[in-house]
Design a binder for this molecule. Structure first.
Ligand code: CAA
Length: 233
C-alpha cells in the first residue's frame, strides 16, 4: 500500500506543488489548509487530493485532524510542515498579535503536527518529516523579525528532532526556500521585490515545483541516512 503523506498548507503555493509531486511519485496524499475554501475546492477538483481544513497553530485541532485523516486513509508516514504566513512590518510597527500569529502558525505548527504523528511513526519505525524553513530564517529580512525568528526556530527544531528520530528510522529535514513565485511573495511591494530579485544569483524567482523536487528526494524510503539537514534552495 502506498505510504500516506500529509502536507500542511497544501492547497496553494509550495504546498500544492509538493502535493502534486508526491502524488506523481505514487504516494497517497492529503492536504490541509487554513482558510481559503475556494482555492482548496479548486485544488481538490484539479488534483483529486483531499483537502482538510484546520488551524495548524491549534494543537487540539491538529490532534483531531490527524486522527480523522488516519481513520480515512491510513497512518501518516510522511509529514511536510509547509503551512506558513507573513505579517510583515518593522519592529516598531509590529503589533504583538503579528508576532504571535506568525510564531504560532509557522513554528508552533511544527510542534503540533509532529507531536500528533510521532507516536505512530515511532511505533512503525518509519517516518519522514520535512519542515519548510526560509532563506529569511537564515539571513533575516528587513520587516520580518517574526517570520525570521519562526523560520530560524524551525531549523533548530529540525536538528533536535532529527537526533530523537534517528534510531526509529524517522528522518527530519528542513528545506529553506528562497523567494518562490507564490501568492506570499506576490504580496511583497513591487519596488521591494524588484531589488530582491536583482540579488538572486539565477536572476528570477524560484518555482514551487523546484522546491517540491527536493521534498520528493528527502521523503523517499531510501533516504534514511539523510537527516537533520538544512537544505537551501
Ligand atoms: N533594507 C533597508 N531599508 C529598507 C528595506 C530593506 N530591505 N526595506 C525598506 N527599507 C526602508 C525604506 O527604504 C524606507 O526608508 P526611508 O524612510 O528612508 O525611505 C523605510 O525602510 C521604511 O520603508 P517602507 O515605507 O516600505 O516601510 P513600511 O513600514 O511601510 O514597510 C515593510 C516596511 C513592511 C518591511 C515593507 O518594506 C515590506 O513589505 N518589505 C518586504 C519584506 C519581505 O521581503 N518579506 C518577504 C515576504 S515573502 C516570504 O517571506 C517568503 C520567504 O520565505 C522568502
Amino acid at each position: 500500500m502506498a505510504r500516506v503523506a500529509l502536507v500542511t498548507g497544501g492547497t496553494r503555493g509550495i504546498g500544492k506543488a509538493v502535493c502534486i509531486a508526491l502524488l506523481e511519485e505514487g504516494y497517497s496524499v492529503v492536504a490541509t489548509y487554513g482558510g481559503n475554501d475556494e482555492r482548496a475546492k479548486a485544488f481538490t477538483e484539479e488534483t483529486g487530493i483531499p483537502s482538510h481544513k484546520w488551524d495548524v497553530s491549534d494543537f487540539a485541532a491538529c490532534v483531531a485532524g490527524v486522527k480523522q485523516v488516519e481513520a480515512e486513509v491510513g497512518p501518516i508516514d510522511i509529514l511536510v510542515n509547509n503551512a506558513g504566513i507573513t505579517r510583515d512590518g518593522t519592529l516598531q510597527k509590529m503589533e504583538h498579535a503579528m508576532w504571535q500569529e506568525v510564531i504560532d502558525t509557522n513554528l508552533g505548527s511544527c510542534f503540533n503536527m509532529c507531536r500528533a504523528t510521532i507516536d505512530g511513526m515511532r511505533a512503525r519505525k518509519f517516518g519522514r518529516v520535512v519542515n519548510v524553513g526560509s532563506i529569511n530564517g537564515q539571513g533575516g529580512q528587513y520587516g520580518q523579525v517574526n517570520y525570521a525568528a519562526a523560520k530560524s526556530g524551525i531549523h533548530g527544531f529540525t536538528k533536535a528532532l532529527a537526533q530523537e528520530g534517528a534510531r526509529s528510522n524517522i528522518t527530519v529535514n528542513a528545506i529553506a526556500p528562497g523567494y518562490i513565485d507564490t501568492d506570499m511573495v506576490a504580496a511583497v511591494p513591487d519596488n521591494v521585490l524588484e531589488k530582491i530579485v536583482a540579488g538572486i544569483p539565477v536572476g528570477r524567482l524560484g518555482k514551487a515545483s523546484e522546491i517540491a523536487r527536493g521534498v520528493v528526494f528527502l521523503v523517499a524510503d531510501d533516504a534514511g541516512f539523510l537527516t537533520g539537514g538544512q537544505h537551501m534552495y
